[in-house]
Design a protein around this ligand. Sequence first.
Ligand code: MN
Length: 495
Amino acid sequence: MKQAQDFLKLAHEKFPDAADYDKIQKALDFATTKHSGQKRLSGEDYIIHPIAVASILINWDMDRDTVIAGLLHDVAEDTQTDLKVVEEQFGKEVALLVDGVTKISKARAGRDDITTYLPRTKDNLTKLLVAIGADVRVIIIKLADRLHNLRTLQFQPREKQLKKARESLEIFGPLADRLNMGRVRVEIEDLSFKFLAPKRYEKLKTELETRIGRSKQNLDDVKKEVSRRLAREGIKFRVDGRIKSVYSLHKKLTKHQNIDDIYDLIALRIIVDDVTTCYLVLGLLHQIYQPLPGRIKDYISRPKPNGYQSLHTTVETPEGQIVEFQIRTEQMHEYAEHGLAAAFHYNEQKLSDTYKTGGLAPLPADLRWIQDLQRAAGKLRSGEKVDFDAFKVNLFSDRIFVYTPNNDIFDLPAGSLPLDFAYQVHSEVAAKAAGFKINGKIARFDTPLKSGDVVEVITRRNVIPHVDWLNKIFTSHARAKLRAQLRKSDKSSIK
Ligand code: MN
């Protein structure tokens, strides 16, 4: 079979070591035998799906065991293969990964509300927690699985297409974004959007292509001029262009009326060797072209919550062409494209347990939920109690990232209010809250917080927590802390 041959060729390139390659080949044989006779809706043999998933994982530079688990990811669920057999043949690590992916599918089967990824019952949630918490590579396999299913979605009935597309846009896209897997997020979003709104998708795609075609000459000139200038300064660099994805254009158009107001339809990326050179290049660009005010972003000194780093600036050429530049190091580039997957490079076979389970310190704030999951999963395994209500708010709902005036970052669920932030900082601070400043301005207790807000708690010694605060709180964490304080002050006032 052609797919199998191509896969083995790819595997051989990435895993030249005979021991690794043989194990992968053995897994391919195993999966092929198990799935034999099964068909995809396209009419092809089922095995093309696990092969495609494993190929995606190889292209993401994942380690050997993850690739093997990709080949075997459906054997437990779809062929009733005992995981003990998988463990005997391929080791405990692979068996755990396959088990994790299977548990996610099972947990998901128990829910019908697609707007939240939260399973309906605690039992399902338990499975999900244990599955993901055990090893983040489970999520990465799941993303590869979803990606291939989206690429072949045209064979599904319309109803299923819509369900999968919606679910992907709401869960798997954001999940990829959380992991800073930029390229995967874009593909998931564009494929989903294409199925959800085919006409709008085609219209925007054509519009995007037309505009880019029109400014191609201008952009080439800019690229040449910049390259000449950087070369003259003796800077080692490469430039590539990135075209805005259709879905992110669609999202931007919900905020801006006119496509002409969107300046980053195309961005030029300049990739250099080190951080100092990034700033040097930024300075040079501003010498050549006029920067637009308010469009210079330093995500190097202040990375995005998911760990993304780059310098961004938008400039105007003398010809009136507006161009966005993104300047970053090779390492930042790799991380922006592949995110967490970049941590599992195939030639780093020997991953320590902490590394593998996301215990890399420090994790970007946006990835701390992985640690939360792992901690919860650990508790479950050792028979401890887990506060499931806390997860209801926190697990997959949107997070916002809020800063203290000292630049400490706190992540909170979207919808959080200033008191939620204060309780996150410290309960004693919250208890003395007389007011708040958001971005330097006095704000009311019921002002919803936004990502990027700098929040200052104004405290006064004579303030005590008030029962009315219960209405000005969103998170269960803050609510629990406040309740405890109210009980305590009740008792002391009786005395
Ligand atoms: Mn699958």
